[in-house]
Design a protein around this ligand. Structure first.
Ligand SMILES: Cc1cc2nc3c(=O)[nH]c(=O)nc-3n(C[C@H](O)[C@H](O)[C@H](O)COP(=O)(O)OP(=O)(O)OC[C@H]3O[C@@H](n4cnc5c(N)ncnc54)[C@H](O)[C@@H]3O)c2cc1C
Length: 377
């Protein structure tokens, strides 16, 4: 008998949907509420590292991810010079195991559609354009009021509603999310045929420029700068700004810059980070994914950490026969330090760039995190 029979998941991102699938697939009744009316409506690309792929395979969507995404096993380093000179081609760690690629790039809306289809297939009741208004947790369950006033009782509520988690507020946790000092321009564009993996350009007028193929015909490109208030720019000005910044990057970036013509494909976001102290639960409400820990995408590990939370939480709930302190201790023992190390390494990498720290051991830090996440969570 699992520790729970019926669960409410708040948030239909990767953390929430993966948790819902893993529980429902083992017979738990799961409702999933997602604020957006269409979970797959918006987004750019995402870099999925091997340890994220390992959980996506467990969730049952690896065939679709491998078919729709773009897999690769090396990382290129290029100079911000007029030729975009290739400096190094590094084999990437296969952190999900030898039978999965090191990395898959994917269009976020495709990934959202695939996991939501899978959730429905295993019997998750998905309620879109819905949220939680009230939560009251006691020893045996949680009374919940959903949007529109519908009341229900659940054995457990999983708050997987992202960086600015509403569930976190409802259970009285005040977590300070900090900007890390960097901002990222991203654009979703056609993939020039010569781009078959991620290349990173360090330096030039911005800190980093790079790209990641997301499918046979698409990629996302990005440029990381010192965080600025870009909120007053119009869509056309955002496009113009990204094109101007991209003018310093050459080689394959020339073709990307030429294809940057649609203002709707460009967005700008600041990097932010936080880590919730253990424990991530209050009564029978638990926070996972970005709601509990968030990192800048300097290691592209945020989604992987969110998926790992889901896998570990579901495994523990299915193996235990009670929701008790032992279960929460075990969850924190497997998740808190691991996610914390990824958050601090991701912040550190950005900090070294902000400080212009030339002697920093970037490969060493990246190697340590790759070794850490290569062991299943
Ligand atoms: C610029 C940028 C680039 C990134 N690139 C990468 C990358 O390449 N690789 C990587 O691994 N990670 C990347 N990340 C991090 C990654 O996107 C997140 O770590 C990951 O999406 C977290 O998943 P999640 O399910 O916890 O949260 P989210 O993906 O934020 O999902 C939360 C869901 O909850 C919903 N929601 C919010 N409020 C409510 C509510 N009140 N009620 C119901 N539902 C609600 C939201 O609509 C959303 O669907 C990046 C982050 C940023 C900012």
């Amino acid at each position: 008998m699992p520790a729970v029979n019926n669960v409410l998941v708040v948030g239909g991102g990767l953390a929430g949907t993966a948790t819902a699938i893993l529980l429902a697939d083992s017979g738990v009744t799961v409702d999933l509420v997602e604020l957006k009316p269409d979970a797959a409506a918006l987004g750019s690309g995402i870099t999925l590292q091997g340890n994220a792929l390992r959980v996506l395979r467990q969730v049952g969507v690896w065939p679709q991810v491998s078919q729709l995404g773009y897999a690769f096993d090396t990382l290129g380093l290029r100079a911000p010079d007029p030729a975009g000179t290739l400096l190094a081609e590094l084999p990437d760690h296969r952190t999900g195991g030898a039978d999965l690629p090191a990395t898959v790039g994917m269009y976020r809306p495709d990934l959202a559609r695939v996991i939501h289809d899978r959730a429905r297939q295993v019997g998750v009741r998905v309620l879109l354009a819905t949220s939680v208004e009230k939560l009251t947790s006691d020893d045996s369950g949680v009374d919940v009021v959903l949007t529109g006033g519908v009341s229900s009782r659940y054995d457990l509520v999983v708050g997987a509603d992202g960086l600015r988690s509403h569930t976190r507020q409802l259970i009285g946790i005040d977590l300070q999310t900090q900007p890390t000092g960097m901002g990222i321009w991203r654009a979703f564009t056609p993939r020039p045929a010569q781009i078959t993996r991620t290349d990173l350009y360090y330096g030039g007028p911005s800190f980093i420029a790079g790209y990641c193929p997301t499918g046979p015909d698409s990629l996302y490109a990005y440029i990381v700068e010192k965080a600025q208030d870009r909120s007053a720019l119009t869509a056309q000005q955002r496009l113009d700004t990204m094109r101007e910044l991209a003018a310093a990057y050459h080689g394959p970036f020339d073709a990307i810059r030429d294809s940057l013509t649609d203002p709707a494909t460009v967005n700008y976001t600041w990097f932010e980070a936080h880590l919730l102290d253990r424990s991530w639960h209050r009564g029978r409400v638990v926070l996972i994914g970005d709601a509990a820990h968030a990192c800048p995408p300097t290691l592209a590990q945020g989604a992987a950490m969110a998926l790992e939370d889901a896998a570990v939480l579901a495994e523990l709930l299915l193996a235990a026969d009670a929701v008790d302190d032992g279960l929460w201790e075990a969850f924190m023992d497997r998740r808190h330090d691991r996610a914390g190390q990824v958050v601090s390494a991701s912040v550190q990498l950005g900090q070294w760039l902000l400080e212009g720290h030339r002697g920093a051991d970037v490969p060493g830090l990246m190697g340590r995190i790759a070794a850490l996440v290569s062991t299943p969570a």
